[in-house]
Design a protein around this ligand. Sequence first.
Ligand code: ACM
Ligand code: ZN
Length: 644
Amino acid sequence: MSTASCRHDIIPRPRYFKRQPGYFTLNQNTEIVADKVSEGTAKYLSDCLAPAMGFRLPVRTNKNTRNSNVIILGILPGRKELGGEGYELSARPQSVRIAAGEPAGLFYACQTLRQMLPAEIISPARAESPPWRLPCSEIRDFPRFPWRGLMLDTARYFHPKDFILRYIDLMAFYKMNRLHLHLNDTQSWTLEIKKYPRLTDPATRWPPGEKERGSYSRSDMREIVKYAAARQVMVIPEFDLPGHARAILNAYPELICSHIPRPAGSHDYGEMCAGKEEVYDFIGNVLDEITAVFDSPYIHIGGDEYGGWDWEKCPDCQRRITTENLEAEDTPELRKLFKNCQGSPRKYLLYRYMMRRVARMVTDRKRIPVLWDDLAWRGKFPEKSVIMQWHCRGAYDWMQNADTPENPAREAAEAGRAAVVAPHSHYYFDYLHGGALLKRLYEFDPVPRGLAANRHSFILGPHACSWERRPADVDWKVFPRLLILAEKGWAAKSLSCWDDFRQRLEKHLPRLQRLGVRCAKPLAWPRKELFFQWKAPAGAGWQTSWLINEIIAGNGEFKAEVSITRVKGEKIAAGLELAVDGHEFAPCQAAGNHEHKRAKYLFRFRIKEYKPESLYRLRLSLHGNEKSPLCGKVLVRKSNKQNA
Ligand code: ACM
Ligand code: ZN
């Protein structure tokens, strides 16, 4: 199939699209005809179109209707090749016919139809309309991956129910189908649990008195789940443990490892004990209530970034290692896996035991556990689990105090476990973005490099994460990247073409505006210059860094001018270094003497082997500012010299 520019601006790009002459026009006499199974979707379509058109298309379920000025929806159970989510849409001057094997396919056909109409169809009130014309076309479409996900971090900043419902609508418009809610973290626990009311007591949130936290009642959450299901979105709860659990431990300190001396006023609040049986009782009771609210087959149980420092000293934890005979798992192979780990390897044995046991508690409740990948490359995957990748090969792993040796999604798939792909390098949408990084994101394929073809089906699909953002900031961060993720999750790999996507995105932007999405216009790239401001506290040494991809589009020579204000007579040494993917920073060439009190420092660096998928980062280091805080700017420009 061709990757050449296509003649529509549908996102994600349909698998097969052929424009035919003419248009189908919706008017006051148009009807929607549906079979019984399709009636709900037909009504949804009518509801979506009515506000902007100022009239509602009636939905009829009788068979003997006319053949013209009609949109016909129907299930064709024999169409196996369309899968559970695929559809066919045939728009002709007289009628539009939509067929699918299952209701999800009809639903996605309706999203395609909405995107084929003029952008004004997205309006909460009657629009000064152009004719409501649909270009005649033949479409056959189905997704590449079954999982097209987004995680919202409701624990760091509470996301009100209406915010979540709006995001479900946005996801559905782009054929995304998995909403993952990060329900607890250091700052708060956000779901009402009847048996443990202190979890959602404002007094147990962190920091105390913080106004931006809140919680969902069970009925709120049931409403969210129902609303999502009607839009083909599955809501997956995350109960993050044993790390990221401070809010739980604030509410129920009896779950903390006991007998650990802590200095008075210490900010070290303790850790969730892996030894006490009460902890497992608590987890089981919470899981009972979570499974009563969420009907998702998946329950995410976290497992990321735990410390386990107290476990080494806690008598209950140590006893558990003995009573469960965990030492028997302490083989030389396992030691090799943990060779860089911080603290005693015994705590990793206990961590594995705890996560395996909680995973089993989930499977006992007839659900599938999802785990962050922290456990994945430590030798053992819990049975029947789904691994959610967030580390990427070569990226620093805090628990292991080492770079991640392999791609955890690939390791999971090779071990026969399903994997969801959310590497922070590409799919953490709270990170910086811009034109160059959008292209980089588009070029990233969710299937790990080198994975054998017979293992590809273990890769469930791509998953975006929006961490630690206030609701008001989520749009800016998530869009337009979410459209790229939707495209990569749905569209055929053979149709992946950045230039075509960029053109569709450009034409598509008015729709985002009408959806009320606060989306920065994708920046022109490469930019002529980049400008950063920084503030350094008083102290002997200080460092900060910035991504500079937005200024780089090929090999060349660049210069960076560092200006420092408020030096106050101190002697400051400034250094600038360039890193390409990771932590190997190479000093930039400095012009002039940088040891003295100066307002400006000039550096040069050269890109010799430009790679669009690489991350280019500049790091500024200051030394000698003991007495006073400093602030300043960095201006990065392409040098006028010829490309290297
Ligand atoms: C994570 O970012 N700790 C999953
Ligand atoms: Zn303990």
